[in-house]
Design a protein around this ligand. Structure first.
Ligand code: SF4
Ligand code: SF4
Length: 237
């Protein structure tokens, strides 16, 4: 009989010892949250998923060039002089159609280097940190807002514009080649050659000496050549 009551006591005592920690936590503040319904606030400068506001993007490629893993892919097309693409919220005029702006977030290392050089502050880190996907290609985000038809349209217009510009340039070059020299041009070119004998250019024009003849052609060439055309930026497609 004594053993019977002893077993009952031990059983109850064991339960009480087991529940000691539970009872203790019943009177402490809650530390768990009902994730994902409740989320902890994250620091302001946390680096998470990127977002691009295409209304402000001018297609300058600064973010693309800054990215150490090449996960940003941009394509731009020149707009026509008659087209007005509007202004960014920072007051810069948009001159290029951004026909492609992809970020492969699967490659992104969240370094944030693309954010800082953006002149219009349109690429930024968000507070979204849950964006896992079942398929890898679903991690390539397309931010460009133009439809496939619109892209084809702007590309066609740009190609036509470039073709016309090239044709104009070729026609101008051909006209410059075939046109007879202007009546006043020869004396003007020969003028500096005659008066001062001390000037090398003048003696080069008058004397057939080989070493001076070498210096004369570059002068004539630079006078005939059109103004140098600045190289087309690599950013344009
Ligand atoms: S955060 Fe870094 S890795 Fe990711 S897109 Fe920007 S520059 Fe590239
Ligand atoms: S740096 Fe900014 S404006 Fe330039 S291409 Fe990237 S997102 Fe667009």
């Amino acid at each position: 009989m004594k053993q019977y009551f002893r077993d009952i006591f031990v059983s109850v005592w064991t339960v009480l010892i087991g529940m000691k920690i539970t009872f203790a936590h019943m009177f402490k503040p809650t530390v768990t949250i009902q994730y994902p319904d409740v989320r902890r606030p994250i620091p302001e400068r946390t680096r998470n998923r990127l977002y691009v506001n295409m209304d402000d993007c001018i297609g300058c490629f600064q973010c693309d060039m800054a990215c150490p893993v090449n996960c940003i892919s941009i394509e731009t097309v020149k707009s026509l002089p008659t087209e007005d693409l509007g202004m960014t919220s920072t007051g810069q005029k948009k001159k290029l159609w951004v026909t492609k702006f992809d970020i492969d977030i699967g490659k992104c290392c969240y370094c944030g280097l693309c954010v800082y050089p953006c002149p219009t502050e349109c690429i930024k880190m968000t507070d979204v940190y849950e964006f896992s996907e079942y398929k890898r290609y679903d991690l390539v985000y397309n931010f460009a807002t133009l439809t496939a038809g619109e892209v084809a349209d702007v590309k066609e217009k740009a190609a036509q514009m470039e073709k016309e510009a090239a044709a104009k340039k070729a026609a101008a070059a051909a006209a410059a080649k075939t046109a007879p020299p202007a009546p006043g041009a020869a004396p003007a070119a020969a003028k500096p050659a005659t008066p001062a004998a001390s000037k090398p250019a003048a003696s080069a024009a008058q004397q057939p000496a080989p070493q001076k003849a070498e210096s004369a052609p570059p002068q004539a060439q630079t006078a005939k050549e059109p103004a140098p055309v600045s190289p087309t930026p690599a950013t344009n497609s």
